[in-house]
Design a protein around this ligand. Structure first.
Ligand code: CMP
Length: 139
């Protein structure tokens, strides 16, 4: 089925001017960018977005990292977009990511791993609504 998933191009990638190269990976793989904006996340936004990880030891560092520079938040649309995007991104830890994936090619570390993508359709809906109004998504 055609789905929408939520994506973030993280500060390590915007800092290295990789937005276009990462978007090319999505588009070459058949996903369409149906919403996109560059923002500076606030501490409160990052804390709430990653609330599910609040008890993890890396939570504080993750919030600092995600607010360390601009990010690009996006909605990607396509057939099986949630799973497809996870394939395009590769494993969370770039050391485990397959060749050709965004994280294998661009990520610096498990934290500075260049992109975030929703892990389920249910979370995609929640994450999209957290950053976008319906009128900002143009399919
Ligand atoms: P993301 O998909 O944005 O979701 C949570 C993020 O936490 C993850 O990508 C990583 O960038 C970051 N992170 C940092 N350390 C770890 C870790 N040890 N295990 C999993 N995720 C981590």
């Amino acid at each position: 089925a055609v789905e929408q998933t939520f994506s973030i191009i993280k500060p390590d990638a915007t800092r290295r001017n990789l937005t276009g190269k990462i978007n090319a990976k999505f588009e070459e793989a058949g996903l369409r960018i149906v919403a996109q904006k560059r923002i500076q996340m606030t501490k409160q936004q990052a804390e709430k977005f990653y609330e599910v990880h609040a008890a993890r030891p890396f939570y504080g560092d993750l919030v600092s990292f995600m607010t360390s520079g601009p990010v690009v938040v996006q909605v990607l649309e396509g057939e099986n977009a949630v799973a497809r995007n996870r394939e395009i991104m590769g494993a969370t830890n770039p050391a485990n990511a397959d060749a050709g994936t965004i994280r294998k090619e661009f990520a610096e570390s498990i934290e500075a791993n260049s992109v975030h993508g929703s892990d389920s359709l249910e979370n995609a809906k929640i994450e999209i609504a957290y950053f976008f109004a319906g009128t900002e998504i143009v399919g």
